[in-house]
Design a protein. Structure first.
Length: 183
């Protein structure tokens, strides 16, 4: 089973990942995640143009909108990313990954209520999606809901353990410990 790898939730400008200072949320296993991040961060305007052409040729391709949105988000063009995620969700309203991605774009824009709504929807569509619990935990931290954050990290940790991801499970336990020690 693929790892959720919450240590790699967001790649900083220096591409160093850290669970304690991050949120981006590409839900890939460690090696696949790192490969995907390298691909996305290397995208240029030409790649955006290529996805735009794919969309022009097939405006009902939800995945093309989602992928272009991920490129926009990786390049920190969050409003454009949200527009593409919106279109992707119009075409494929049950794609929990897209809700997760859009929630992260909202998070990066500090629109925490909308991020929370998207993570809630991702969890509603797939209650076993550990990454969405971690993301919602980060949002709840920003909203000063310490207990809610702890509960989400605990649920994410339990799911990670059930899914055989011991590394992520341990990282989540450390976050929970740190949260519990805060005033």
């Amino acid at each position: 089973m693929a790892k959720c790898n919450i240590a790699g939730l967001f790649f900083e400008k220096n591409r160093k990942s850290s669970l304690t200072n991050s949120v981006y949320l590409l839900d890939y296993g460690s090696a696949q995640y790192n490969h995907q991040i390298e691909e996305i961060t290397q995208y240029s305007d030409a790649e955006i143009d290529a996805f735009s052409e794919m969309i022009r040729l097939n405006p009902n391709d939800a995945q093309a909108y989602q992928k272009r949105g991920k490129i926009y988000a990786a390049r920190e063009f969050y409003n454009q990313a949200i527009e593409d995620y919106n279109q992707s969700l119009t075409l494929d309203p049950n794609n929990y990954h897209t809700y997760n991605y859009r929630g992260t774009a909202y998070y990066r824009l500090e629109n925490y209520q909308q991020a929370l709504a998207d993570y809630n929807q991702a969890i509603s569509l797939n209650p076993d999606f550990a990454l969405a619990y971690y993301n919602r935990g980060y949002v709840r931290q920003k909203l000063a809901d310490k207990q809610g954050a702890i509960d989400d990290f605990r649920q994410g940790a339990n799911l990670s353990l059930q899914q055989g991801d011991q590394e992520t499970y341990q990282q989540a336990l450390e976050i929970i410990k740190n949260l519990e020690q805060q005033d």
